[in-house]
Design a protein. Structure first.
Length: 297
């Protein structure tokens, strides 16, 4: 009897261990963070990689001397490459790195054009084309790609006053944060405006399920959760004046909302279901943070 009890405990311990391993793997990912950057000493012109618990892993790009003022980050399907915006006005481009779980990779220019000028954010449509907001040229460009995700044509999609975040919702509409208009616009891929969401100075956007999360510079900073089915804001996230300029926003697969805050240079975590603030995941970021992405590695 005693031996049966011992064997039973061993089996239970093994099952618990397997469960813990499974749960860890289910939430194993990295945060990618871009920074405001610049030409001054101490500015960060690279993408930093952090574990899901906030530990620094390294820098994504080894040849960062060709990079300046990075913004939007887009992991490509299959996790075999990542695109990011090199936003400096004099050397605007979309850069790419492969084997993205690096660190220390070599980046190369994926796309450059007069239509890509001070690019801020980018996202992929269900057709596989890349849409890029350009905040100084007041336009959104679309890059047509081939089956290998390589660009074959670039053209203007539409004009928008100071576009910032761009995200495709589950409804297939492209949502564009027009920061100076105080609206987020919803467009079809044929360029028809369907409706608009009034939000003071919207910047960052993220799509999750049938929601669009909107970062606003209003007052002390807010993130609004917009329900695309009900077409209304259903929840607001903020935290004790620590969310000024919430540009980088992501939600993970388990419903955790993460927000980069520029003033305090931290990454905050919230629970979407309850709306509650959970805590700081990363503190003392090395430069003013801009955009945020989650990559499964």
């Amino acid at each position: 009897n005693f031996q049966r009890v011992v064997n039973g405990q061993k089996i239970r311990m093994r099952l618990l261990l397997l469960l813990c391993i499974f749960l860890h793997c289910a939430v194993a990912y990295q945060f990618y963070v871009s920074f405001h950057g610049g030409s001054d000493k101490g500015n960060v012109n690279n993408v930093y990689q952090y574990s899901s618990r906030g530990a620094l892993i390294g820098t994504l790009v080894r040849n960062d001397t060709q990079l300046l003022e990075l913004r939007g980050i887009l992991p490509m399907p299959g996790n075999n490459s990542v695109l990011f915006c090199n936003a400096n006005k004099d050397q605007s481009s979309i850069q790419v790195v492969g084997n993205i779980c690096g660190p220390g990779l070599i980046s190369s220019t994926w796309a450059t054009s007069s239509l890509i000028y001070h690019p801020y954010d980018l996202d992929m449509s269900s057709q596989g084309n890349i849409y890029i907001s350009n905040q100084d040229s007041n336009s959104v460009a679309v890059v047509t790609v081939n089956s290998n995700n390589q660009p074959i044509a670039i053209q203007e999609f539409l004009s928008v006053t100071q576009p910032r975040g761009v995200r495709f919702g589950s409804d297939g509409y492209l949502y564009i944060a027009a920061s100076k208009d105080d609206f987020v616009y919803a467009y079809t891929v044929t360029g028809d405006q369907m409706y608009q969401i009034q939000v003071k100075h919207p910047i960052g956007l993220f799509a999750w399920a049938h929601y669009i999360f909107i970062g606003s510079v209003d007052s002390d900073g807010y993130v609004y959760q917009y329900d695309t089915n009900k077409q209304k804001i259903v929840q607001t996230f903020t935290h004790d004046k620590h969310m000024q300029h919430p540009a980088g926003i992501v939600v993970d697969s388990t419903g955790n909302l993460f927000v980069l805050c520029q003033k305090d240079q931290v990454l905050l975590q919230f629970d979407v279901a309850s709306g509650k603030y959970i805590g700081k995941v990363i503190e003392n970021l090395p430069d003013i943070p801009e955009q945020l992405a989650i990559v499964n590695c």
